[in-house]
Design a protein around this ligand. Structure first.
Ligand code: PXP
Length: 245
């Protein structure tokens, strides 16, 4: 089975917010993506609300009935309260620094300690599936399992940036494969995301232990030239091609 494709629609909101207009609407983008064959929608409610805002989260939940809504957020009390009120299908906990351009690294689950474990427990008590966005590091995978999440998402930023440098790309794919294999063996679902494009996805998804991809920036960029539906179809084909090669 090909990996699930979840489209991150944050940057539709970025384009909207830069002018303070009501358009383009990220919820409409989500509907178009699902109609074109995406398996789910991902949105990141950042603490500074730079793209997705609270009203988008409520509207996404109301619109995405029967489809997976993955809410990415920092592991804070404010965000846990929002998630337990809204009830997304999945919460992906990510590290967040206000000065960063995007989520630059994985969550340090070891350093997260009891506070992180408590927030995971609160989300699970609200019947929300929890995923942790982590570096492809065996120790982080083991601790993720220990604090009781169902899924990990491996950060593919290093792989994406090293794509044109063969030795680094191969080394990074090995590191991802090791973490994915460990996670899979421990009974975790293994997702991947960050920096993924039509060019670098096929090689990544040859690894069948990766069952979900969360892709945003490159797909919204592709949509400028090939429409949102066209970008979803092209990414689906790239995933299919890689998964069968
Ligand atoms: N997965 C996670 C956990 C993220 O934080 C992000 C960025 O918001 C993505 C995937 C998507 O990354 P990109 O926009 O580079 O495709």
């Amino acid at each position: 089975m090909a990996a699930r494709l979840h489209v991150n629609i944050d940057h539709v909101a970025t384009l909207r917010n830069v002018r303070g207009t009501p358009y383009p609407d990220p919820v409409r983008a989500a509907e178009v993506c699902l109609a074109a064959g995406a398996d789910g929608i991902t949105a990141h409610l950042r603490e500074d609300r730079r793209h997705i805002v609270d009203a988008d989260v409520d509207r996404l939940r109301a619109t995405l009935k029967g489809h997976t809504f993955n809410l990415e957020m920092a592991a804070t009390d404010e965000m846990v309260a929002i998630a337990t009120r809204v009830g997304p299908d999945v919460v992906t906990l990510v590290p967040e620094r206000r000065e960063e351009r995007t989520t630059e690294g994985g969550l340090d689950v070891l350093a997260g300690g009891d506070a992180l474990a408590r927030r995971v427990a609160q989300l699970r008590a609200a019947k929300i599936k929890v995923s942790l966005f982590i570096a492809a590091d065996d120790e982080q995978v083991r601790v993720s399992k220990a604090i009781g999440v169902e899924q990990i998402e491996l950060h593919t930023g290093v792989y994406a940036h090293a794509f044109d440098d063969e030795p680094r790309r191969v080394a990074e794919l090995k590191r991802i494969a090791s973490a994915a294999h460990l996670g899979h063996g421990l009974g975790l679902e293994v997702a991947a995301g960050h920096g993924l494009t039509l060019a670098n996805v096929p090689e990544l998804v040859r690894n069948r232990e990766i069952v979900e991809l969360n892709i945003g920036h490159a797909m919204i960029a592709d949509a400028i030239f090939m429409s949102m539906a066209g970008a979803v179809k092209a990414m689906r084909e790239a995933i299919q091609r890689g998964g069968t090669s």
